[in-house]
Design a protein around this ligand. Sequence first.
Ligand code: SF4
Length: 270
Amino acid sequence: MLIRLSQAQLNLLETCPRKFQQVYLDQLGTPIAPEQQDQMNWGSRFHLLMQQRELGLPALTAARTDRLLQTCVDAFIQAAPELFHQQAVFRQSEHRRTLEFQSYLLTVVYDLLILNPQQAQILDWKTYPRPQNPRWLAENWQTRLYPFVLAETSDYSPEDISITYWFVQAAQSVSETNPETPETTFQPQSLKFNYSKAQHEATRSKLVALLSQLTEWLERYQVGEPFPQVEVAANQCGFCAFDVRCQRHQPQMTDFEGLPTLAEIQEVAL
Ligand code: SF4
């Protein structure tokens, strides 16, 4: 049976193979702080609302009663009207594609895909703040895998393809005149990455290497050998819920310091 792999799984595999094993093969759960769970729920509702809007369906009752959510959606539509009113040969939200590659099924889900004769736009909604350093996102597997799969499963050349992230979370700031009442501002921001043939071939090489490695680790795992741990020097274990199990625990940390940050948690696919 072919194994399905998403960008989140590739990210985890690259970050720490042992963590990939513990999450996806051993199926060990990791605790999530209540605040992070709330943020994830909010992100899921935002994605659902955007999908309903694209389908022309009335908003959910829950979304109508959530003023912050609705305000964020309205601010987003106002900030990027071209996204919502442009004519396209094809546009679909929650568009799913699968590519068979080296005995794996690479699976992507685009929040919105807009196709025109010479242009393919992949859009993704992020419900966390825009990262200070765009390189973090440029190197994320989502930015590499999403255009790769589209180029491999369509007639578009890599140069025709782009992926744009929209960061839609509301921000709170303290006003000088009224410091007791924080002001909430809605200024969605975007980050666009154009794709190219060179990037496409670089991603192909990376995938070949990573998946060959995964096949080898899986074969060893079948006979009882665990996946390798990331080097201590990579500083990943201090942010990992498996630190005790891996004997990488740092005693000075508090319970929730070991949890992933919001930006590291993948949004739930609808
Ligand atoms: S504690 Fe370190 S080695 Fe263990 S799974 Fe987490 S990141 Fe990997």
